[in-house]
Design a protein around this ligand. Structure first.
Ligand code: AMP
Ligand code: GLY
Length: 425
């Protein structure tokens, strides 16, 4: 069994790290991967959005299964591309087809799905250039802050939250005017929900599903959740407030109705569903769906999966996930993201990384690295995710921070306070 994992971040390194432990896999390829994945498999210079290049690599290396890490190839229809090509249609693709990936790819689609299936979410309305004026009427009916979202994929930048009504209306107009290109042809305006966010994940073969460990991600660049939004600066799993009662509500009010909704809408979903939730006074609401695993959530949830991940993926491919076993590790796993100074704004790349060989009792997932003349150098804003285990959250965090401090590169930055809010409780 040869497997190809598409993507190049910490999520993909975590997936590859776990798959490399499976006895059922002969060879692992990663397209394009990073310096970390190259120690576990073979990196191929393939852009996941260039389907012809993916096809060539799949045929050349006799790949039997493709695991799609990021959302863009899913939204662009990589699953459909495989199904409609005679030489590829028997190769399993882990990740939903284009229609199912609209849960992430179109906020308007996701919101109407949520409302249609009675799943708790913020009240909303969608607008396009034909009804801009009505957006002002709707904004006026809401209490600030105002949440304005570009409908399509906008590389995590398409959600703007503003306190002032006039600025909010200007933002709606700017989006409809092309600020985010085609992603902003429609705009969703929604009620602001106040609470603590968490990320819940399932894996599904389109019929049955299994709950993966949940996680909390720290999205802001600065300590105490200040400053700009990033892809995620650290994560923790399990989430202490996600107890049996809360997770029971998540299953009954959100996961089950989502699965029934997909079936009712005749959408066959194969892959991971990431529920971006918010806990509003003990009740879960859906902020967003993603059609993939999270990053850096993967760097804490995958190390908590004890079962063979490939076995679960095979269950998705073959439609017998219900027969598979999913065991999780009760310990905490935390990750601290080491970033390039300046991120999420301008930062420099190509800085040599040292200290990786000094780490112990942890796993360092590479997010933005590459090899150059045998050296590991930085190649992105988020560079390394240092994941560690512990019987308590604090023990895991101590492991992540103790090792984070052993690693260095020019202008390294990491948040000093991952988990701060969970410790107060
Ligand atoms: P999204 O891309 O939809 O996950 O939104 C990005 C971030 O914006 C979320 O992680 C939340 O922090 C925030 N957000 C989105 N929608 C809402 C909402 N209705 N109420 C409060 N915060 C929100
Ligand atoms: N960490 C959030 C995401 O992967 O979208």
């Amino acid at each position: 069994m040869n497997i190809l994992v598409l993507g190049s971040g910490g999520r993909e390194h975590a997936i590859v790290w776990k798959l490399a432990q499976s006895k059922k896999i002969t060879r692992i390829f990663i397209g394009p991967g990073n310096a970390g994945t190259s120690t576990l498999g073979t990196n191929l210079p393939v852009d996941p959005e260039d389907f012809q290049a993916v096809k060539k690599a799949v045929l050349e290396h006799h790949i039997n299964m493709v695991v799609v890490g990021p959302e863009a190839p899913l939204a662009a229809g990589i699953h459909d591309f495989f199904m409609s090509d005679d030489s590829l249609k028997n190769i399993a693709v882990i990740g939903p087809d284009r229609s199912a990936a609209r849960l992430e790819g179109s906020k308007d689609f996701a919101k109407s799905f949520l409302v249609r299936h009675n799943i708790p979410t913020a009240a909303y309305k969608s607008f396009d250039s034909s009804n801009i004026d009505q957006s002002l009427v709707f904004l006026k009916s809401l209490r600030p802050p105002y949440v304005i979202k570009a409908d399509g994929l906008a590389a995590g930048k398409g959600v703007i939250i503003l306190d002032d009504l006039d600025s909010a209306f200007q933002e709606v107009k700017a989006m409809l005017d092309g600020k985010f290109g085609a992603a902003g042809q429609k705009v969703v305006i929604e009620q602001f929900l106040k609470g603590v966010e968490l990320s819940v994940f399932i894996i599904t073969d389109g019929r049955s599903w299994k709950l993966l460990p949940e996680a909390k991600d720290y999205k802001r660049i600065g300590a105490k959740d200040t400053g700009l939004n990033t892809g995620g600066m650290g994560a923790i799993s399990p989430v202490p407030f996600a107890d049996h009662i809360f997770m029971g509500k998540v299953i009954n009010r959100i996961i089950e109705p989502t699965m029934h909704g997909l079936a009712a809408d005749r959408i066959v979903y194969k892959g991971f569903i990431f529920f971006g939730l918010i806990n509003v006074e003990g009740d879960p609401y859906v902020i967003e769906y993603n059609a993939r695993l999270g990053d850096p959530e993967s760097e804490v949830i995958i190390p908590r999966i004890k079962s063979d991940l490939f076995d679960l993926l095979e269950g998705v491919a073959e439609g017998n996930l219900a027969e598979k076993n999913l065991e999780t590790d009760n310990r905490f796993v935390t990750t601290v993201m080491l970033a390039s100074g300046g991120y999420p704004g301008h930062y420099n790349k190509g800085k040599e990384i040292s200290g990786l060989d000094q780490t112990d009792d942890c796993v360092v997932f590479h997010a933005g690295t590459r090899l150059s003349d045998g050296k590991v150098i930085t190649s992105g804003g988020r560079v390394l995710a240092v994941s560690a285990w512990g019987k308590t959250m604090q023990e895991a965090l101590d492991g992540s921070y103790r090792n984070a401090r052993k690693i260095s590169f020019e202008k390294i930055y990491f948040r000093p306070d991952i988990g701060f809010d969970l410790k107060l409780k």
